[in-house]
Design a protein. Structure first.
Length: 118
């Protein structure tokens, strides 16, 4: 198993299987039963796939180390890096949590209530 994959799995387990940013349950190597139960489309399983999120991007000198990586769902990981000047990890997490609380993040787009997500 490659080092990055090992770190990603280790971080996912340490985070209780939930995304660092939004807190939704993620899956790795197959669709988790919770994802299947909540899926109303093929979007949920794909967007909640666990990814290795570099807190300091590799493009800025970030390393593939456990200290620099957290487990994040594909949706949150992509949304952070979609901007020309990405927010810091802490600022992005606050942004995501605020949008989750107001019903304007992935959970509402795929039909999961905030209570189900927790």
């Amino acid at each position: 198993m490659k080092a990055l994959k090992k770190i990603r799995r280790m971080k996912m387990m340490a985070q209780g299987g939930r995304c660092y940013y939004c807190g939704l349950p993620m899956w790795d190597d197959g669709i988790a039963p919770v994802a299947q139960a909540h899926s109303r489309s093929g979007l949920l399983p794909r967007m909640l796939r666990c990814t290795a999120e570099h807190l300091q991007p590799r493009s800025e000198g970030g390393a593939n180390t456990a200290e620099n990586i957290v487990a994040a769902c594909l949706y949150c990981n992509n949304s952070r890096h979609r901007k020309k000047h990405p927010l810091s990890p802490a600022a992005h997490r606050a942004h995501v949590r605020h949008r989750m609380a107001s019903g304007r993040w992935l959970a509402t787009q795929i039909g999961i209530s905030i209570q189900e997500a927790r």
